[in-house]
Structures are given as structure tokens and as C-alpha cells.
Design a protein around this ligand. Structure first.
Ligand SMILES: Cc1nc(C(=O)O)sc1CCOP(=O)(O)O
Length: 206
């Protein structure tokens, strides 16, 4: 894999079996598939992630949004913690056993704080307008550039990512991108992943 990261974020709209079908096609070409199922309980997400792993998706390619205990128990590739996560959670014993910890941030100060706490990367957005964050102005490339300059851990850019926008985001210093609708709303999710990868210049299968 090239060093540029591609994170695919689940949108909470698919059944576990539909999610598994697509995840099985795309996992060789992505850094991680984030299981972000905001309307589901811890138990439901635990059972769902376990099912995905049973279907053959490698645990290292799965990041669990919001539930560090699931990431730890199933030894997934990582956890994505929301920006509202209390400070101690990252330094907590629980998180020490998790392979990779990402935190969502919306400001450079938050990014610096999370880096100090031990986050392995931050996800910053939304960069461009997106249906997922209506009514909140996008933060744009300039804020992305400034934030990248303030910390030393990777910054993954999220929000309104299209293949055509990838280069500008990498030029601003992002280590990669995270995509939701660009994959799940596509008629051909695998084709969409490959189109992003084409821009990230990491086509090879790992
Ligand atoms: C899950 C999420 N978090 C964001 C943030 O700004 O923190 S934006 C976002 C959704 C991104 O969806 P799409 O790729 O369809 O624009």
C-alpha cells in the first residue's frame, strides 16, 4: 500500500449482509472500513462487526467508530473516536490495547490536544460541503493546511471528498481521505474506490 490512506465510512443505511458484500469487494484497496452505525447499540455493532469478520473481512481493515471496547475485544485495526470523547478515554488502559486510535477533530487546538493524548491520527472535516453536515460551513483547504502544519500525526480529510478533489487535499498536506457517500451512493462501489485510489496513486493490492 502507498502511504496515502483511504478510509471508507459506513453510512448506517445498509444491512450487515449488504455491507459485508461490498466490504468483501473493496477491502483490498482501502486502509480501513469504518463501522459507523450511529443508530445501533454497542451489542448490535459488536455482533455486526463479528459477522463481518466471519465473512472474511480482515480485522485489520475494520475500524470501529465510537466503541473502543469492540475494537479491543475483536482486535480490529483501529477505533475512530468522536470529537466529544472525554480526554481520559485515549489514555485509558482500554485504549492501550487497540492497534490504532483516530479521533475526529474540527479545530487545530483539538488536533494538538488529541496528539498530546496519544491519538495515532486525526480526522478533520468537513473540508467541502456535504449532505451529512448541512447548515455547518465547510472548513476548507486553508484550515486543513494550517492544521496539518500544527501537528505531527497523520491528518485524514473528510467531507465532500470526490476523486477530483483528492489532489488538492493531498497538496494541503493531508495523509489521506475518508469517504462516505462517494462509495455507498455509487452504482459501483468498487469502481468508486478504484477511482479514489487512482488519485491517491495506490492501485496495488496488498
Ligand atoms: C462522518 C463525517 N464526519 C465529518 C466531519 O466533518 O467530522 S463529515 C462526515 C461525512 C462525510 O460524508 P461524505 O463523504 O458523504 O461527504
Amino acid at each position: 500500500m502507498s502511504e496515502k490512506e483511504l478510509h471508507v465510512i459506513s453510512d448506517g443505511k445498509l444491512s450487515w449482509s449488504a455491507l459485508a458484500t461490498i466490504a468483501l469487494q473493496i477491502y483490498p484497496y482501502v486502509t480501513a472500513i469504518h463501522i459507523r452505525e450511529k443508530m445501533k447499540s454497542l451489542d448490535e455493532v459488536f455482533i455486526g462487526v463479528q459477522y463481518l469478520l466471519e465473512q472474511g473481512i480482515p480485522a485489520k481493515r475494520v475500524y470501529v467508530n465510537g466503541f473502543p471496547s469492540i475494537a479491543l475485544a475483536l482486535q480490529t485495526g483501529g477505533v475512530q473516536l468522536p470529537g466529544t470523547t472525554p480526554s481520559l478515554v485515549i489514555q485509558d488502559e482500554l485504549c492501550r490495547g487497540i492497534q490504532r486510535i483516530g479521533v475526529s477533530v474540527h479545530h487545530a487546538d483539538e488536533a494538538k490536544w488529541r496528539e498530546k493524548e496519544g491519538a495515532d491520527y486525526v480526522m478533520f472535516g468537513h473540508i467541502f460541503a456535504t449532505n451529512s453536515k448541512q447548515g455547518v460551513p465547510p472548513r476548507g483547504l486553508e484550515q486543513l493546511r494550517q492544521l496539518v502544519n500544527e501537528i505531527n500525526i497523520p491528518v485524514i480529510a473528510i467531507g465532500g471528498m470526490t476523486p477530483a478533489r483528492v489532489q488538492s487535499v493531498l497538496d494541503a498536506g493531508a495523509s489521506g481521505i475518508a469517504v462516505m457517500s462517494g462509495i455507498w451512493d455509487a452504482a459501483d462501489p468498487l469502481g468508486a474506490v478504484l477511482a479514489y485510489q487512482d488519485e491517491l496513486r495506490q492501485i496495488e493490492v496488498s
